[in-house]
Design a protein around this ligand. Structure first.
Ligand SMILES: *Cc1c(COP(=O)(O)O)cnc(C)c1O
Length: 391
């Protein structure tokens, strides 16, 4: 396995040091905008960078409206609430996801149903979704109910794993047929397009994340995307304490949240989103290098973008032969200064979610045993050296 860690080291041009899985790059106007935000004294929940960052996200993705939040989990929580998801409802999502998806669903009081993913996209499988709805639900007054629990199925939340778009247009079609709201978890796929359309725009609302480990970061932050003006207004209102605008009076008309993004975070975001296209291009080049290298390995498969998509390749991934090969690979690489990480434990295996309904999850179980993420940072020559000069 030494030739693999050697290759990864040479790819990042760092012969001796520890190679992290993914870390951010601040190479544009980030410092300038942050200083500017500081000099205006608007550091918190008011300030022009929040509006600017929302506009930039809308412009980049093609969404009509973008509403900033303090993180992606909060964005998903609000999107689900605004889609009408509440206690006694159920929400279908994939078992193979990061726990934030599942937690946000549970904040609404709804229960999760975990369905399988496709092997190639690692995102929700339209066939499995279709089969579940056909065999396990009934329709009443135009709504879809779970035959076993009798609860309404209020929403479907697919996720674009590691930035690779799932078959979201087919999923949207199925949701329409069954009159179920589609909310996309596009937290990992900022900069990823499916059939020319940015991920997060295929359903009623989509959410993005700008956590420290994502392709662009605000330190912590999220965004709700929608084409619906009324929903965008409601999203802004409910994430900003439900305050009725007035120069001095404090009146609020709903139980709301303090989920807004700070002006400082948004300033950082404005600097980052200007770099997004460059980051995506670099990650796509890195994917080509990895693909060529792993093509020569008979027992390791590099994960390439699905058809008809343009992936941001946020986290690069490989598929090993089986769980013991996976464990051996994780052990060797991490002990030799090259950080790697297995894909998440399936959600239905976590104690809090072990009683949730599932389908057979055959692909999810297969992937859980084999998928590993490998170093994926954007390569910038002398990045750490230059950082040290700044401080
Ligand atoms: C990162 C992420 C989120 C949101 O995370 P935050 O850290 O709250 O911004 C949601 N879903 C998935 C799949 C993620 O990877």
């Amino acid at each position: 396995m030494k030739h693999i860690t050697d290759f990864i080291r040479s790819t990042f041009h760092e012969p001796t040091e520890f190679i992290p899985l993914h870390d951010p790059r601040f190479i544009g106007n980030e410092r300038k905008y942050l200083n500017d935000a500081l000099s205006t004294n608007f550091v918190s929940s008011v300030g022009e960078y929040v509006v600017k960052f929302e506009k930039m996200c809308a412009a980049y993705t093609g969404a009509k409206y973008a509403v900033a939040t303090m993180n992606g989990t909060a964005a998903l929580h609000i999107a689900l609430l605004l889609a009408g998801v509440s206690e006694n409802d159920e929400v279908i999502t994939q078992s193979l996801t990061f726990v934030a998806t599942t937690n946000a669903i549970n904040y609404t009081g709804a229960k999760c149903v975990f369905l399988d993913v496709d092997k190639d996209t690692m995102g929700l499988s339209p066939e499995k979704l279709s089969a579940f709805l056909k065999n396990n639900t009934f329709s009443k007054d135009g709504k879809t109910y779970n035959s076993t629990t009798k609860r309404r199925i209020a929403a479907v939340v697919p996720m674009h794993t590691f930035g690779h778009p799932c078959r979201i247009d087919e999923i949207a079609q199925i949701c329409e047929t069954y009159n179920i709201e589609l909310i996309e978890d596009a937290a990992e796929s900022v900069g990823s397009f499916y059939k020319g359309k940015h991920t997060g725009l295929f359903g009623k609302m989509g959410i993005l994340s700008f956590n420290g480990n994502k392709i662009i970061t605000t330190g912590g932050g999220g965004m709700i995307l929608t084409d619906d003006e009324d929903l965008a207004k409601k999203a802004k209102h409910i994430t900003t304490t439900g305050k009725i605008p007035h120069p001095w009076e404090f009146n609020h008309d709903i139980v709301a949240y303090n989920y807004r993004l700070t002006n400082l975070a948004a300033a950082l975001g404005c600097g980052q989103i200007e770099q997004l296209e460059f980051f995506v291009e670099e990650k796509r080049k890195l994917a080509e290098k990895y693909d060529a290298f792993f093509a020569k390995e008979t027992d390791i498969m590099f994960v390439n973008e699905p058809q008809e998509s343009r992936s941001n390749y946020w986290l690069q991934a490989i598929i090993l032969q089986d769980r013991s090969a996976r464990d051996a690979f994780l052990e060797y690489t991490n002990q030799n200064g090259v950080m790697t990480r297995p894909i998440w434990t399936l959600m239905n295996k976590l104690d809090m979610y072990k009683d949730c309904q599932t389908d057979d999850l055959s692909n999810s179980l297969w992937l859980e045993d084999r998928v590993v993420n490998i170093p994926s940072s954007v390569f910038v020559k002398n990045y750490y050296h230059d950082l040290q000069k700044i401080f």
